[in-house]
Design a protein around this ligand. Structure first.
Ligand SMILES: *[C@@H]1O[C@H](CO)[C@@H](O)[C@H](O)[C@H]1NC(C)=O
Ligand SMILES: *[C@@H]1O[C@H](CO)[C@@H](O)[C@H](O)[C@H]1NC(C)=O
Ligand SMILES: *[C@@H]1O[C@H](CO)[C@@H](O)[C@H](O)[C@H]1NC(C)=O
Length: 463
């Protein structure tokens, strides 16, 4: 088919398609001073007409040249963490300002190092029950890897049908943490779909994942040497575990002595913020949210609460994660984002019910990485090196196990004349990079360095 025929095909398909996508352009957001300096679209895509399952997304158009710049579909982890994490706590175009928080509506500002300066990005609330995604049927709130990857691919196809002008842009899947596992599975689903399946053809060039879970035992086992290296456990305990747990999966050890050593290890971990070991361990669920959520409720319900002063949490724990929960539960925000009324109660940055009920039915993403990279898709795998949840040691170990040739061994990469991390280049366009000082969400902690890394990689340059 020629491009013109393709366009006609989509127009025809689109006109026959039932009503399945509602999108709005958002020019102003509560807490942001003035007009947004980029195009933000929010929307719902109907995934199942019968049950009323709808996925909510945030779409940010590239500020450079949206007609030609790459398009990324970005997945946050958990499962159950909202795409909003990507928009405002990560590489997205917004950030919270923590220092002037008064317990009410948080202030948001533009992120000068956003990846959306040079790429368009969709941040998805997946699966159903996450962020603002919802269904009328409670069964839709229970899902697993196999259904989730199909759901997300289905979402993407419907989004393209409504935005056909983006079909020719280079497309990349991306994600962090559990979203990194899912991004790999979805990239694979897209490639298979392109090979045999129905239109639309997705112009996929590759994928990128950050502090990505694989599901393999390497994720947990590598915590032990990393915790030792970071000074969380002493040499004695490190030795007890490595000697007593040979061949074990540290998540579910069979040997009793090994299990006992690992209990001690897990006690050490439980005291600290394993996602960012230099930061305090905090809850991101505000204790006094009722008066904020209550603003949208009935008068009677509200009157008692409106008398209470909003309580401000401990300053060392006022961070973007906490402020996101204040912000998204404000009724002004829901109005601005055009959230359908009555679809969701309290919004959670990460929904623990989704995380608990989700079935991790695909045990490891490693074969999917192998398959994609073997087929010539580009891949960037990066890790904040101060994350103990998914240590870079484990990531590099499974990457080496894929068997691709190392073209350039461990060397430093630089930003502004300083070492920003270390990188290993494999054959088949597979790149590994650490982000020095980076956390589980490396671009949130190291925006300048990660911005430079992304710009180089997406421009086909060496990191
Ligand atoms: C949003 O704005 C863009 C660019 O101006 C326009 O092409 C698009 O149709 C608008 N979308 C909606 C849903 O109004
Ligand atoms: C989700 O649950 C897993 C355990 O199944 C846990 O390790 C992880 O921290 C949870 N994630 C979130 C964001 O709560
Ligand atoms: C690596 O990517 C380039 C495009 O950036 C492509 O031309 C080349 O064929 C790829 N190499 C392999 C081995 O897939």
């Amino acid at each position: 088919m020629t491009a013109a025929e393709l366009k006609l095909f989509f127009l025809l398909f689109y006109s026959l398609w039932p009503y399945y996508l509602v999108a709005v352009n958002i020019s102003h957001l509560p807490g942001f001073n003035g007009e947004l300096p980029f195009r933000l679209e929010t929307g719902y895509v109907t995934m199942d007409e019968e049950t009323g399952a709808e996925l909510f997304y945030y779409f940010v158009e590239s500020e450079r040249n949206p007609n030609e710049d790459p398009l990324l579909l970005w997945l946050i982890g958990g499962p159950g963490c909202s795409g909003f994490n990507g928009l405002a706590l990560d590489m997205g175009p917004l950030r919270f300002k923590a220092d002037d928080f008064d317990g009410k509506l948080p202030t948001i500002v533009a992120n000068p190092y956003a990846w959306t300066k040079l790429a368009s990005m969709i941040f998805l609330d997946w699966p159903i029950g996450t962020g603002f995604s919802y269904s009328r049927n409670h069964k839709d709130y229970f899902t697993d890897d196999v259904h989730a990857k199909k759901l997300i691919y289905g979402f993407l196809k419907k989004w393209f049908l409504d935005h056909p002008h983006f079909l020719s842009n280079p497309f990349y899947m991306g994600g962090e943490s559990y979203g990194g596992k899912m991004a790999t599975l979805v990239a694979h689903e897209i490639v298979e779909g392109n090979e045999g399946g129905p239109q639309p053809l997705v112009n996929i060039k590759g994928y990128l994942v950050g502090n990505a879970i694989t599901g393999d035992k390497v994720d947990k086992n590598s915590q032990v040497p990393h915790a030792y290296g970071l000074g969380i456990i002493p040499k004695e305990i490190y030795k007890l575990i490595t000697k007593g747990c040979v061949g074990e999966d540290y998540v579910k050890p069979q040997n009793a002595a090994c299990a006992a050593h690992l209990n001690v290890f897990n006690d050490y971990l439980s005291e600290i913020n394993i996602y960012s070991i230099l930061d305090p361990k905090c809850s991101d669920e505000p204790s006094s949210l009722e008066e904020i959520v209550g603003a949208g409720r009935s008068l009677e319900e509200n009157s008692a609460q409106s008398l209470a002063q909003p309580s401000i949490p401990d300053t060392s724990c006022i961070n973007g994660d906490l402020l996101a929960n204040y912000w998204a539960n404000n009724h002004l925000v829901r109005k601005a984002l055009q959230i359908k009324e009555g679809t969701r109660g309290r919004w959670h940055r990460c929904d623990s019910n989704v995380n608990t009920s989700y079935i991790r039915s695909i045990p490891t993403s490693i074969p999917y990485h192998y398959n994609l990279i073997s087929k010539g898709y580009r891949a960037l795998v990066y890790n904040g090196d101060h994350d103990l949840r998914i240590p870079f040691l484990g990531t590099l170990e499974w990457m080496k196990s894929l068997g691709f040739t190392i073209l350039a061994p461990w060397r430093s990469w630089h930003v502004n004349g300083q070492v920003a991390g270390y990188t290993v280049m494999f054959s088949n366009n597979l790149t590994f990079a650490t982000v020095k000082g980076g956390s589980h969400v490396a671009p949130g902690k190291r925006p300048v360095e990660c911005g430079a890394m992304f710009e180089r990689w997406i421009s086909h340059e060496v990191v």
